[in-house]
Design a protein around this ligand. Structure first.
Ligand code: FPP
Length: 236
């Protein structure tokens, strides 16, 4: 167990974004089906979200399902959707935990029951004052930018009215600060179409730990690293 720090002593990132990668490899190492890896990943997600809320982080965005993930075997897609249903049915917990939840991505093509559960969960947590949790679902960064540009056009903006703010205000994350810290575990060093507009100035942190093994102390390690970098580059 790591030693608890006095969280007031350091400046937390404003917005952490995590790519929850490595569920499949975690399961394979244990000779378990991939579904067991995703179930373990979902447990880790809940633990990390709760932890972020507890330390007073303002924004957390997690990548739950990409626009490319539909290419996986149907069984695996169904399995991830089922984990999502379980999580959403638990939605009253967001309220109890004071977490404000928001789903980002092209939600229109998701199964109707999931869309209904998403509306309920967002409605249920809308007065929460703690962590703002974005769950990226059927999310792709380029897809998001295309959707924003379409809205720029349908809103009838003139060419000289199209600036960075005009695009940013039409992204799924409109009104939120950009992520300043992006975490990718499981030994991959790619952004994989995640928050590509928003990550323009973000710091990155990589680790070989597979997502289901990712614990609050790994997050603490990452945040300490973030603080060290900011001390080095942020000062006069
Ligand atoms: C990447 O691991 C993970 C995913 C594509 C799915 C992430 C889903 C969860 C963590 C569970 C459901 C989420 C919620 C919000 C309840 P991978 O399968 O690509 O792993 P691999 O690279 O080792 O094969």
């Amino acid at each position: 167990m790591f030693r608890h720090k006095h969280h007031g002593e350091r400046i937390l990132p404003e917005h952490i974004a995590i790519i929850m990668d490595g569920n499949g490899r975690w399961a394979k190492k244990r000779r378990l089906p991939r579904s067991a890896g995703h179930a373990a990943g979902a447990r880790t997600f809940k633990e990390i979200a709760r932890y972020c809320n507890r330390i007073g982080l303002h924004y957390l965005t997690v990548y739950a399902f990409s626009t490319e993930n539909w290419k996986r075997p149907q069984e695996e897609v169904d399995n991830i959707m089922e984990l999502l249903r379980d999580y959403l049915k638990d939605a009253k917990n967001f309220k109890d935990e004071n977490i404000l939840v928001k789903f980002i991505g092209n939600l229109a093509v998701l199964p109707q029951d999931i869309r209904d559960l998403i509306v309920d969960a967002e409605e249920n947590s809308k007065d929460a004052t703690g962590l703002k949790l974005n769950i990226a679902l059927n999310y792709g960064g380029r897809d998001e930018i295309v959707a924003a540009v379409r809205r720029v056009v349908s809103d009838g903006l003139a060419p000289d009215e199209v600036d960075e703010a005009a695009i940013a205000d039409r992204l799924y994350t409109a009104g939120q600060p950009d992520p300043d810290f992006i975490i990718r575990p499981s030994g991959e060093y790619r952004l994989s179409n995640y928050l590509i507009w928003q990550s323009a100035y973000a710091e990155f942190w990589f680790s070989d730990v597979l997502w289901p093994d990712f614990k609050p102390h790994h997050l603490e390690e990452a945040i300490d690293d973030f603080c060290r970098r900011n001390r080095r580059f942020g000062g006069v």
